[in-house]
Write a protein that binds this ligand. Structure first.
Ligand SMILES: C[S@@+](CC[C@H](N)C(=O)[O-])C[C@H]1O[C@@H](n2cnc3c(N)ncnc32)[C@H](O)[C@@H]1O
Length: 194
């Protein structure tokens, strides 16, 4: 069962093969062309939150992080203490599906592939509920299958099926600047709320 205990055990045992250790180049490039630092940004299933750290270093002022793992959230609250005190970042220990809010931008990276695949339609709907009318879901999705999981793989055709009822799929293309171990196996997505 992919619950809080499962994910906290992975962090406690340092079994975090997904952890890139820095902001992903594709997300960094996307962030670098944003011109409004006050955008409200949600990163669900944030893990070690390198993307958030990068955004905060660039002066973004409204970052919300959610993760189901208590141990991870405790560490993040310590790591991002100064930003939290300044009121530019909040770190919430919560199941994404129970979160409520209204955001300009939601960032996806190895969160979709970490949830039970039966929850995928619910994920797409929940993302659309959490976005403002002009909001966007931006990030990376795997374009390959895995044996077992998590991570659970997927394909462009499958993603179109889940997301097109709620989003205008502006971009869903092979990512050209993936980290080397994921090269050729990721799609970059930029979905605009309908
Ligand atoms: C594969 S890791 C990816 C972490 C991070 N996005 C990254 O790229 O390094 C998946 C993360 O999602 C979190 N997670 C899994 N299910 C969740 C849920 N229902 N709500 C919130 N977080 C969840 C896990 O604790 C874990 O930190």
């Amino acid at each position: 069962m992919l619950n809080e205990q499962y994910w906290s055990e992975r962090y406690a045992k340092s079994q975090t093969g997904w952890d890139v250790g820095k902001v992903s180049p594709a997300l960094k490039d996307y962030f670098d062309q944003l011109t409004t630092q006050s955008l409200s940004i949600l990163i669900p299933g944030c893990g070690n939150a390198y993307e958030a750290e990068y955004l905060l270093q660039q002066g973004f002022t409204d970052i919300t992080l959610i993760d189901i793992s208590g141990i991870l959230v405790q560490n993040l609250q310590e790591k991002l203490k100064d930003y939290i005190e300044k009121g530019v970042c909040r770190v919430i220990h919560q199941d994404f599906f129970e979160h409520s809010g209204s955001y300009d931008l939601i960032v996806e990276q190895t969160f979709f592939c970490a949830i039970d695949p039966t929850l995928r339609p619910k994920y797409a709907q929940k993302m659309s509920e959490l976005l403002k009318p002009t909001g966007r879901l931006v990030g990376l999705l795997f374009d390959r299958e895995f044996v077992g999981g998590p991570p659970f793989g997927g394909s462009k055709a499958e993603y179109i099926l889940y997301f097109s009822p709620y989003f205008d799929l502006k971009t869903i293309e092979r990512c050209t600047n993936s980290i080397p171990p994921r090269a050729g196996n990721e799609l970059f997505i930029n979905f605009l709320s309908k």
